[in-house]
Design a binder for this molecule. Sequence first.
Ligand code: GAR
Length: 191
Amino acid sequence: MNTKLAIFASGTGTNFVALADAITAQQLPAQIVLLVVDHPDIAVIERAKERNVPAFYLNYKSFPNKQAAELALVAKLQAASVDLILLAGYMRILTPTLLDIYPKRVINIHPALLPNFPGRHGILDAFNAGVTETGVTVHYVDAGIDTGEIIQQAVVPIEAGKGLAALETQIHAVEHELYPTVLAQLITTED
Ligand code: GAR
């Protein structure tokens, strides 16, 4: 049976599209049953609509605290029988309220070679640091900021003279390959 995925996103959704396209191309034996967003008007919602994926807007502010918000989210995930949660540009920290219910079932992609350059600006931070290589990391999610166990990494060299825009383009291209590939390996190994 296909693994049921929920994708959590806060922005453009290019990784959402890469995952959806890999499923369509039968490179990833899964189905996206839910998109979770933390803003009501972001581009990824449109990408989901085009693909008939239902979107759930989690309005954290409408709950008394984060725990209550995550409990509402867990109810939504359970109702959709979600097997695996994929963060794809989700810019919030999850807590044990959700993570303990999905042990080793929450995965993130980060645009740097963790543990280097965690946080919201992985590409820019690596660029500004003047390192000669950076990359992409797929990892399990824990309650820290990009600190969970690493599953796989891909290196992207930063040659002298490469500009930030070129680096961003290259990192995103690597992300769009790596995320579906790693997931396909994980899902297939578990079968
Ligand atoms: C991606 O580059 C992803 O790696 C990054 O947000 C971007 C989302 O792009 N995530 C992080 O920085 C997590 N710390 P997208 O909305 O086009 O998929």
